[in-house]
Ligand binder design. Structure first.
Ligand SMILES: NC(=O)c1ccc[n+]([C@@H]2O[C@H](COP(=O)([O-])OP(=O)(O)OC[C@H]3O[C@@H](n4cnc5c(N)ncnc54)[C@H](O)[C@@H]3O)[C@@H](O)[C@H]2O)c1
Length: 253
């Protein structure tokens, strides 16, 4: 299987869980240092490819590494993303908006699309699955600004269309987690490359404000849904769906 953005946060939790389930996992991530840490922990169970999800070449290299490691590709998880820290429309100049759009959509939307394109044929061969990390922002406002919310809504369209095009061989679904403490960064174009979402969600109380269930989940809390969607034996009838596991849609009492 192949996971993008698997060196940190949610992606790292996905990698740890799938390795525990016995999978051989290839990771495409731009952080070479963190890839080294994952490789040191998991040894032969992971392959790492240092590269950028916006690059055709790096996506193709990652798929080739995953096929080589697993004798084929069963699961592609598009997960690497950027956040806009809820930057409001009126707080961006036109230039920031345009450049921020390009940078954020390049990762959150184009990265998913070209990753899917690179993986599709290998997945068809194995009757595999694609899973994308979306967000509460794929359904509701307030999980980001207009750039992030629009990018995650775009992900819903991607899932529906690819599920249609790739059926019956490949099931295509997404998971929409809610807030969690990770190292999620923002675009350079908005000066947010060195900020982390943890600066904004510094403690459990800040996260619980968003959850109807009063939870401040760690990334590990969300990964069970990925396991479910990856296993055809557990989710044979599921495609074109986004599992909203954010507990944001139910109003907080
Ligand atoms: N943290 C949250 O509250 C939250 C909530 C809902 C959804 N999400 C989604 O979860 C996903 C994972 O984010 P996270 O919170 O774990 O963040 P994170 O920054 O901890 O992990 C993301 C990883 O992606 C990598 N990455 C970023 N841009 C890349 C690029 N261009 N090429 C290759 N690798 C790149 C980073 O190096 C990092 O290792 C994202 O799609 C995000 O939108 C996060």
């Amino acid at each position: 299987m192949l996971v993008t953005g698997g060196a940190s946060g949610l992606g790292r939790a996905i990698v740890d869980r799938f390795v525990a389930e016995g999978a051989v996992v290839t990771i495409l991530d731009r952080s070479a240092d963190r890839l080294g840490e994952v490789a040191a922990k998991h040894g032969d169970a992971v392959r790492v490819v240092a590269g950028d999800v916006t690059s055709q070449r790096d996506n193709l290299a990652a798929v080739a590494a995953a096929v080589d490691a697993g004798g084929g590709l069963d699961v592609f998880i598009g997960n690497a993303g950027l956040w806009d820290f809820g930057r409001r429309l009126l707080d961006m100049s036109m230039t920031e908006l345009e450049n921020g759009y390009r940078e954020l959509f390049d990762v959150n939307v184009k990265g998913y699309l070209i990753g899917a394109r690179a993986a599709a044929e290998a997945l068809i061969e194995r009757r595999g699955a694609m899973i994308f990390s979306l967000s509460n922002a794929a359904f509701y406002p307030r999980g980001g600004g207009a750039l992030y919310t629009a990018s995650k809504h775009a992900g819903v369209g991607l899932v529906r269309q690819l599920a249609y095009e790739l059926a019956p061989e490949v099931r295509v679904n997404a998971v929409a987690p809610g807030a969690m403490s990770t190292d999620l960064r923002g675009p350079d174009a908005l000066g947010l490359q060195d900020r982390s979402i943890t600066d904004v969600l510094p403690n459990e109380d800040a996260m619980k404000r968003f959850s109807a269930l009063d939870l401040a989940p760690r990334p590990e809390a969300y990964v069970g849904t990925y396991v479910l969607l990856a296993a055809r034996s557990e989710s044979a009838t599921v495609t074109g769906t986004v599992f909203d596991i954010s507990a944001v849609g139910t109003p907080k009492r």
